[in-house]
Design a protein around this ligand. Structure first.
Ligand SMILES: Cc1cc2nc3c(=O)[nH]c(=O)nc-3n(C[C@H](O)[C@H](O)[C@H](O)COP(=O)(O)OP(=O)(O)OC[C@H]3O[C@@H](n4cnc5c(N)ncnc54)[C@H](O)[C@@H]3O)c2cc1C
Length: 398
């Protein structure tokens, strides 16, 4: 979808402003007025919103600045039945199988992996004929007028559509067009170290954890979780352990390495960003602080230099939509990961946005996005504010 190739609605008139210029005008759904949609950000929230909208007959261009393959150590609780609400039964089954144990919902105590879910959603998006999924496409400017919204990318292309969805994460560019008075997520005052270890690399013969473990030790909290192997096996010898270590004592390190700048959480740190002394100190602390098998998993990840450090950000939204521009996922609201609800809330956003845009003719133009905001703002705010209870008790000098 290049310049002008979108169907847009006219503000308040319920009349399509221009016809789709490509040939995909025969709808398989009952939608009366398909809308061309640009989604900025093709991670979990953007993929879910894009798929939900495309399945309703809208034409979606998804702009993602990164390349397709991105490993991540994070785990999420996700069930096939939740995914089915927006993906339909086939995509949901495939995505849940990629993300979780082979035996699916029956092993709900073993969480899904971020990487598997991302891969499952990418494949679902790639199989949707109404989605144009572009990797390596960084949006550098966005805007709107009474008739349309647009995004330009760093390679000089310009895309126009009736609606622009910001799914570009906690450091969202799109947010500045929706909430110009409050564009930035704020550093919450602590960081998170994160990794995954394979059972076969650990010299551990004790009881294998069956579910999430939370260990609280003052300025440090450890969340450990059993994971299936990358191909979904939970057989002994093939399993993995994920760990997330909340650390309230290393804000100076995050600042020194530029991961926190001023009041903003700027970027994550890879193991390669840390000097050997810092890693040795983390290893010593893990050895002192955490019991087996979590200690073994942490030390193994550190030995292999396969872990990351993330400064935690928070954003309490006051606006989710402005004219033709709307936010979903972490662009819309950033709770501490301790809530464990970021993904589920992004899924609710995608479902609500698709539902309100389905009713676009009845609602009349940007009113559909206002209706989305009216539905989603209160739960989004309460999620972030709820998580701040943990953050405020944990935060030391930021
Ligand atoms: C360490 C950590 C642990 C977490 N653990 C959990 C958990 O246990 N349970 C849970 O439910 N949630 C958890 N979350 C939150 C959850 O992962 C997110 O809420 C959810 O995945 C939605 O993220 P997102 O897609 O909105 O944002 P992101 O994953 O940040 O994706 C944003 C995407 O936009 C792209 N992008 C950014 N700017 C541009 C641009 N200008 N142009 C084009 N593309 C752009 C980025 O490359 C990225 O792919 C965790 C988050 C973190 C950071």
């Amino acid at each position: 979808m290049n310049a002008g190739a979108g169907a847009a609605w006219t503000t308040g008139s319920m009349r399509p402003l221009c016809l789709l210029r490509d040939e995909r005008t025969t709808l398989t759904s009952t939608l009366e007025r398909p809308v061309a949609v640009i989604v900025v950000g093709g991670s979990l929230a953007g993929l879910m919103a894009g798929i939900a909208l495309a399945r309703q007959g809208h034409d979606v261009t998804l702009l993602e600045r990164a390349q397709r393959h991105r490993p991540s150590g994070a785990a999420l609780s996700v069930s096939e039945s939740a995914l089915r609400r927006i993906l339909g039964p086939d995509h949901a089954r495939a995505a849940a199988r990629m993300a979780g144990p082979r035996d699916g919902d029956a092993r709900a105590d073993v969480p899904s992996t971020w990487a598997g879910l991302y891969e499952g959603l990418c494949r679902a998006a790639e199989s949707e004929p109404r989605i144009n999924l572009l990797h390596g496409a960084r949006a550098t400017g966005i805007g709107q007028d009474g008739d349309r919204a647009w995004a330009s990318t760093d390679d000089g292309r310009r895309f126009e559509a009736g609606v622009l969805v910001g799914a570009d994460g906690h450091r969202s560019l799109v947010r500045s067009a929706v909430a110009p008075d409050k564009p930035d997520a704020l550093f919450a005052g602590y960081g998170l170290w994160l990794g995954v270890a394979s059972e076969r690399d650990l010299d551990y013969g004790g009881r294998w954890p069956g579910r999430f473990d939370i260990l609280d030790s003052g300025d440090h909290v450890l969340l450990g979780y059993p994971l299936a192997s990358p191909d979904g096996s939970t057989e002994p010898g093939e399993r993995r352990l994920g760990w997330a270590w909340y650390d309230g004592t290393r804000n100076a390190l995050f600042r020194r390495l530029g991961a926190v700048r001023g009041t903003a959480a700027h970027h994550s740190l890879r193991a390669a960003d840390l000097d050997a002394g810092v890693v040795r100190e983390l290893e010593r602390e893990a050895g002192r602080r955490w019991p087996r098998p979590w200690r073994d998993a942490i030390l193994d990840s550190m030995r292999r230099s396969e872990f990351a450090g993330t400064p935690i950000a928070e954003y309490v939204p006051e606006k989710l939509a402005n004219g033709r521009i709307v936010l979903v996922g972490d662009a819309a609201h950033v709770p501490t990961p301790m809530t464990g609800r970021g993904f589920a809330t992004s899924l609710d956003d995608a479902e609500a946005l698709a539902r309100h845009l389905r009713d676009v003719v009845a609602a009349g133009g940007p009113a559909a996005l206002e209706a989305y905001e009216a539905e989603r703002l209160a739960p989004a705010r309460s999620l972030v504010l709820g998580g701040q209870g943990f953050s405020r008790s944990f935060t030391r000098a930021a």
